[in-house]
Design a protein around this ligand. Sequence first.
Ligand SMILES: Nc1ncnc2c1ncn2[C@@H]1O[C@H](COP(=O)(O)OP(=O)(O)OP(=O)(O)O)[C@@H](O)[C@H]1O
Length: 699
Amino acid sequence: MSTHAPDQSAHAPSRPSAGAPAGPLERERAHLAASRAALRAMRHDVESLDISDVTTNWVNAQVLQHQIEARIEALADLSGTPLFFGRLDRSDGARYYIGRRHVHDADGDPMVIDWRAPVSQPFYRASKRDPQGVELRRRFGYTGGELTAYEDERLTDPDEAERVSELLRREIERPRVGPMRDIVATIQPEQDEIVRSGIDGTVCVQGAPGTGKTAVGLHRVAYLLYAHRERLARTGTLVIGPNRSFLRYIEQVLPALGELAVRQTTVEDLVTGATGVEVRGADDPEAARVKGDARMAEVLRRAVRAGVTMPSEPCVVVRGSRRWRIPAYELEEIVRELLDRGIRYGAAREALPQRIAHAVLTRMEKAGEAPDDRVQDAVARNAAVKAVVKAVWPEVDPAKLVLRLLSDADFLAGCSEGILTDEERKAVLWAKPPRGVRSAKWSAADAVLIDEAQDLIRRTPSLGHVVLDEAQDLSPMQYRAVGRRCTTGSATVLGDLAQGTTPWATASWAEALSHLGKPDAVVEELTRGFRVPREIISYASRLLPHIAPGLSEATSVREAAGSLRVRQAADGGLDGAVTAACREALEREGSVGLIAADARVPVLAAALEDAGLPHTVLGPGGEEAPGVRLTLVPATLVKGLEYDHVVLDEPAAVVDGEPDERTGLRRLYVALTRAVSGLTVVHAAPLPRALAAGSGDGR
Ligand SMILES: Nc1ncnc2c1ncn2[C@@H]1O[C@H](COP(=O)(O)OP(=O)(O)OP(=O)(O)O)[C@@H](O)[C@H]1O
């Protein structure tokens, strides 16, 4: 492999003069300029479309105009985003430039191929061992939108050794400012297999911090939208992340890949949106654990059906001069049959009048009448039939039902007999029941219960594909809520068992996938880390035996010696040492994250203020002011995020901020694995034993 850049190459490229034979870099720049011109022409063609002749009415014109505007937007040439990042020369003589989108010339011949097209696949997968018909793979390097370097791999040349791409290293180490970027130019083979796996199967990815799970999940959505655009346009896709600050961090990736219409949400926003309840309360850990337990699904199923009563009176339908009488025992048979069929409560309620009407019609036929469908419909709407339905199979409001379940001890006891213990019932019952659905201080777990109840009444529509990130933190009931949104579709489940910090954190993917309703999903493991330098990941991995003994330690593609510093502050000098570490980090390029136990955030914010260091404090909403490089991040919000330089304040306080030691050490593991280039740990209290142990290097 060889890398060529103006600053390294013996043949520093100069601008080609007209007619002079250009060097390789000039030729590539010329192709870039031609591709940009072709893209402008494609955009111009769409802009100059005249739709006045082809649309017959106003609505069609609006729809078409909207489509055209979307297409124009999609054809924008974003200045900071290179049109292509790679080239493949195949043994059969074909040459393809690989980029974020397809560009063709005036004759329709491709100038740039979409990275998701099948011909692009070898760009990501071909290797010396398996060249896949590729002779040369060229990667391009850009500086500020300018093509400045390229790197070649001759896959069929036996004399050329395989090594880590310099451009990949540079791409990973490019300072982070602002939100997450796409990795389309450097997707690795093991990641590409997940990105391009078929739409019909659910994939679960267990991966250590920084192995690219989030990146892979987002690129998979972009890939599926390309490969199955029509199907997914009909059925929809959804990305679910742990909180709003995380969603803000990732929100630019799909638009940068040309996908503007993918909804991104949290489980909480998903279920509150669907049920219309507002989360204004919080549960204590035990109540939350019980409410999130999968056994609650059966409790709710019983609760929903608890209102069904067996008829004690016959149903008498009067039509003209005749009376038709369905005895109570026959009505009971109908009701039992509907209960046994296990269909949704609401669907059964709609079917009941038709069943009763059918029984009436059977009698009419026996009496020599010849009633048709219209008569059946009329009977089903008869007041006597309606009265039976109302009494026997009452309408159920999901929020009211959950309200009753959590306020009425007898009702809860009846519905949870043999399922919950007395203590568990006590844990979930409201001490002071609210007066109504609106005044109730619903918790996040309550909203999930209401969503489950709603689904028992009416089927939740399924999407085509759902990506679930940081999945290890979901409760079984939350997995069910996500699962019912992809019953007829598929899912990509991403997570790390070692980073689970909820009381109900997933212990095994097999169990999680069964709650999700996808027990046959394939579980893949990613272990090659891209974010965290080797020295830092092995320091953090000291915690692994205590937090997830079964998991293997992540490796790192990057050796960045000197990236880890552990400093003991003098007594009373912690805040000063922390601000000093932040100041040092700010001397370097890139973003700086100061991570601290939530309880320490106000003190540190004041210390930064006193030290005159401009910063933003990350809140649940996730706002980070543009241009401010230092962010103070509460430990509970840092999952999934990353910073070029991390200053970690008082590890012992991070551990103590959690209800138990294992969760505390997991939180610490998350905090220790956010750094791309440097980590400075500052402590006054002794380091947690699991971290200090085995250091052997005087730390
Ligand atoms: N193939 C790649 N090329 C370049 N950068 C990559 C690649 N894969 C991952 N990265 C980068 O590594 C960093 C970590 O990726 P990502 O956040 O997706 O990891 P993760 O596994 O979700 O981490 P965590 O478990 O901490 O949430 C990101 O900056 C991402 O852009």
